[in-house]
Design a protein around this ligand. Structure first.
Ligand SMILES: C[S@@+](CC[C@H](N)C(=O)[O-])C[C@H]1O[C@@H](n2cnc3c(N)ncnc32)[C@H](O)[C@@H]1O
Ligand SMILES: [Zn+2]
Length: 371
């Protein structure tokens, strides 16, 4: 395997040489490395510099990029694992080059997590993390981080695959990024609470082709019950843009308040907040002290997440403007008008045209059409 050196944050390490002519260069090498995930790794390093867990498992290391950076830049003891022997060789080489004392293991992540406990666990598999969440829920002490890149099943575009993996009906809606994130979170929650443990989302976001969860785990049945109370459904009208939210494990039949059609349940999914504002604030404060190539993008993401309402769906204001046959104008103006009317309104972090508000749909229509 041909290798080259790269630098991310304060760490220099080897990754496989890739063929840039291919549509997806990371797929061209025997060991995976995707430079476009640098922001995700930068954000993990930033968050861990605040949380400072006792130890950290990079359960699917590939080149070891995540775990190497956590060990080198945060100083947290790490275990880096991968089941592919070529990946394990590369991780060992990288650990040596950086002069780290990190432990490198080769094997199935589920076997490793079934036999040992780690204070923080990071799941970063190809596609769905679903097969790994149960063992991670048993093995993780205080923190569980999860990446999912199977956005089509999570967002309802591949409904049956989404149902099989996440035991949920995600449905393909205009707010599919939000549904994907909340479907994944709802699934992880169900895997954790059966062990009488609760989940508190610290920093969760959807970006390009992936969803990323950073969760704190809390001990006890009471914490698990508080978490379970946040599971519910978005009830979407199949004929118009109306939707409502229901708490609970089973959706109750409900009619659209605007057109009378039977609402379609989307879920079960997480309906609570997806971020902890104090954590985001501490990340903002710590960001200038961290060496991160994607700092400006992380700063923008954190700022948007902090102002974002915790509603479980958004409206695409371009879609509403089109339906109203008006030019959309700027989202800032629409938000200002809603705020002036006494409603809550914000942008969403994953799309420039996503607008979150507690204003009724009719009011939103009037505001967008300048009425
Ligand atoms: C997306 S890559 C990980 C990327 C890496 N975390 C990074 O930031 O560059 C997924 C890795 O998971 C490994 N993998 C897949 N199934 C596994 C399993 N059951 N146990 C351990 N590793 C696994 C693959 O060999 C691959 O190297
Ligand atoms: Zn309707």
């Amino acid at each position: 395997m041909d290798i080259v050196e790269v630098t991310e944050g304060e760490s220099r390490f080897f990754v496989p040489k890739q063929d840039p002519r291919l549509q997806f260069p990371p797929g061209s090498s025997p060991v995976f490395y995707n430079p476009r995930m640098e922001m995700s790794r930068d954000a993990t390093v930033l968050l861990l510099s605040i949380l400072r867990p006792e130890d950290y498992l990079d359960a699917m290391g590939a080149s070891g990029a995540r775990g190497l950076r956590v060990a080198h830049e945060v100083g947290v003891p790490v275990v880096i694992n991968d089941r592919d022997p070529m990946a394990v060789d590369l991780i060992r080489r990288n650990v040596e080059m950086l002069g780290l004392r990190g432990e490198v293991t080769g094997g199935d992540a589920n076997v490793l997590m079934s036999g040992r406990r780690f204070d923080a666990i990071d799941l970063d598999p190809f596609g769905t993390p679903a097969p790994f969440v149960d063992s991670a829920a048993r093995s993780a002490g205080r923190y569980l981080f999860v990446t999912a890149t199977d956005t089509a099943p999570l967002c309802g575009a591949h409904l049956r695959a989404g149902m099989r993996r996440y035991f949920s009906c995600p449905r393909n809606t205009e707010y599919h990024a939000e549904v994907g994130l909340r479907t994944l979170l709802g699934f992880v929650v169900r895997e954790v609470i059966k062990y009488d443990r609760g989940v508190e989302p610290l920093f969760c976001y959807a970006h390009e082709h992936f969803h990323r969860l950073h969760l704190a785990l809390r001990e006890g049945a009471a914490a698990a019950d508080r978490t379970l109370a946040r599971i519910g459904y978005i009830m979407q009208c199949p004929q118009c843009l109306y939707r409502s939210e229901q708490a609970g494990m089973l959706p109750e039949p409900e009619e659209c308040a605007l057109c009378g059609a039977a609402l379609v349940p989307v879920g079960p999914l997480w309906t609570g907040s997806i971020n902890d504002d104090q954590t985001l604030c501490r990340m903002q404060e710590a960001l200038p002290g961290v060496v991160a190539g994607t700092s400006p993008r992380i700063a923008r993401l954190l700022a948007t997440c902090r102002q974002e309402l915790d509603t479980s769906s958004h409206y695409d204001y371009h879609v509403i403007a089109k339906a109203e046959r008006v030019s959309p104008g700027s989202i800032a103006t629409v938000i200002e008008r809603l705020l002036a009317l006494g409603y809550r309104a914000s942008r969403a972090h994953y799309s420039g045209t996503a607008l979150k508000t507690d204003a009724p749909l009719q009011t939103l229509r009037e505001v967008i059409s300048g009425g």
